[in-house]
Ligand binder design. Structure first.
Ligand code: ASP
Ligand code: MG
Length: 436
């Protein structure tokens, strides 16, 4: 059984929603995961923020505007009066709930209930649409099987145990629809898998039912070998390993939620990235295999801060790095790149919320220097320890650009460079023209 996930733009208009059936094969047993209609989750975030600030009039105005969009949406989606009325009921129910929340004490729990309404709306409306056109389908409530533990880690076995009976209850049905993104947490409250989390839902369901394949449908023809907004002539990558995909997903290739790689990898479920606008295009296939002797892709991540700590006390000392890392741990700040020498360490962070406190504590170790507005350029390929020549090719390509840090050997498929953000475009273009 396959799992197909469609993102916000793929259900972003009634027209697009209707076209899903060009891709979904209604005769094949499969689970379709839908995101919220594009823009909706952002609107829901704003509504929640207005409530959290106690600004009820603003929340009411935002709710009204969003409801207006859905009223137009269903007018185009449904033909018959009967189904239009059903659509109205669906909208009234969900927007009624959004309005009602103003009566209660508003906490992050209510906020998450608000965020869940986007996927509940898109899936329910699609389900009613399928009824109108006479395509049988079953709506699976994600809140009945999608669950995370106290560390916000999804519980794959729980998902298996709870989704399987729902599927078995409908042995003759082919098409199952469910919500991406939303889940229950360890307190049984409504929660979510964080922004962009519908990909993660699809991968988790894929793992839980040991699916033959997970398909992520977006509006680009797979992961590209460089940033198409910056570099001309980028190509979709036909095949990636899970590890390579995880590196690229983290480094700003926005097309796949980084965590969604792991459940599929663990249960060896192939993941395909496909394009709703061009369904015949090959897209990107992510499996356990990695292509040998190849540079696969280049990606970049902005808003990086580099921190250099230099201290003669580091020379021959043990325990220095542990104490240094503990500072970052205390402030729950994750480190991306690290390079060391005998008398200094440079590392990068992307979350600067606690930079002030961190710098203050690091001053106890030695001199501290900060470089802001940095960009990590990540080159992904087959760079195992027995390989030679790749680092030279990469560095040769950027020899005219000042480099702040180099990281190689952390994994078998990543070489990262830290450059000033103002040099990013030139670095990406120069690497592209020389490596591909
Ligand atoms: N609707 C959610 C978001 O916008 C989840 C998703 O689209 O993947 O973040
Ligand atoms: Mg997405």
């Amino acid at each position: 059984m396959k799992v197909l996930k469609f993102g916000g733009t793929s259900v972003g208009s009634p027209e697009r929603m209707k076209k899903l059936l060009n891709i979904i094969n209604a005769d094949e047993r499969q689970i379709v995961v839908l995101s919220a209609v594009s823009g909706t989750t952002n609107n829901l975030v704003e509504i929640g923020q207005a409530y959290l600030k106690g600004d009820k009039p603003k929340a009411a105005a935002l709710i009204k505007a969003l409801k207006g969009k859905y009223e137009l949406f269903i007018k185009e989606l449904f033909k018959e009066e009967k189904y239009l009325n059903r659509g109205k009921e669906v909208i009234d129910y969900h927007f009624g709930l959004l309005t009602m929340l103003s009566n209660d004490l508003f906490t992050p729990i209510e906020d998450k209930i608000i965020l869940a309404q986007g996927e509940l709306l898109s899936t329910t409306l699609y389900h009613v649409y399928l009824q109108e056109i006479g395509v049988p389908s079953v709506l699976l409530p994600a809140l009945d099987f999608m669950k995370v533990d106290e560390d916000h880690e999804p519980l794959v076995d729980y998902i298996t145990d709870h989704i399987t009976p729902l599927l078995n209850k409908n042995p003759d049905n082919k098409l199952f629809i469910t919500q991406g993104y939303i889940c229950k947490n360890s307190f049984g409250e409504i929660d979510n898998l964080r922004r962009g989390g519908s990909d993660y839902t699809a991968s988790l369901i894929g793992a839980a039912i040991r699916s033959e394949e997970v398909q992520i449908w977006t509006d680009i023809d797979g992961m590209h070998n460089n940033d198409p907004r910056i570099v001309k002539g980028t190509q979709p990558i036909s095949q990636l390993s899970f590890d390579e995909a995880a590196e690229l997903a983290y480094f700003g290739a926005k097309i796949l939620h980084p965590q969604s790689v792991f459940p599929a990898q663990k249960y060896k479920i192939p993941v395909r990235l496909l394009n709703t606008m061009d369904p015949q295009a090959a897209g990107t296939l992510i499996t356990n295999d990695s292509e040998k002797n190849k540079i696969k892709s280049i990606a970049a991540k902005d808003d990086i801060t580099a921190i250099k700590v230099q201290s003669s006390r580091m020379l021959l000392a043990h325990g220095f790095l542990r104490r240094l890392f503990e500072v970052f741990e205390r402030y729950k700040t994750s480190i991306d790149m690290i390079t060391t020498s005998e008398v200094g360490v440079s590392l990068t962070i992307d979350d600067t919320t606690h930079l002030g406190e961190i710098t203050k504590e690091l001053n106890a170790f030695g001199s501290v220097e900060l470089d802001v507005n940095q960009t990590i350029i990540c080159v992904v390929g087959d760079f195992g320890a027995e390989k030679h020549g790749y680092a030279a090719r990469v560095l040769e390509s950027v020899k005219h650009i000042p480099i702040r840090m180099i990281s190689y050997g952390g994994s078998d498929h990543n070489l990262s460079l830290l450059v000033k953000t103002e040099d990013k475009v030139e670095a990406l273009r120069s690497l592209h023209s020389r490596l591909f």
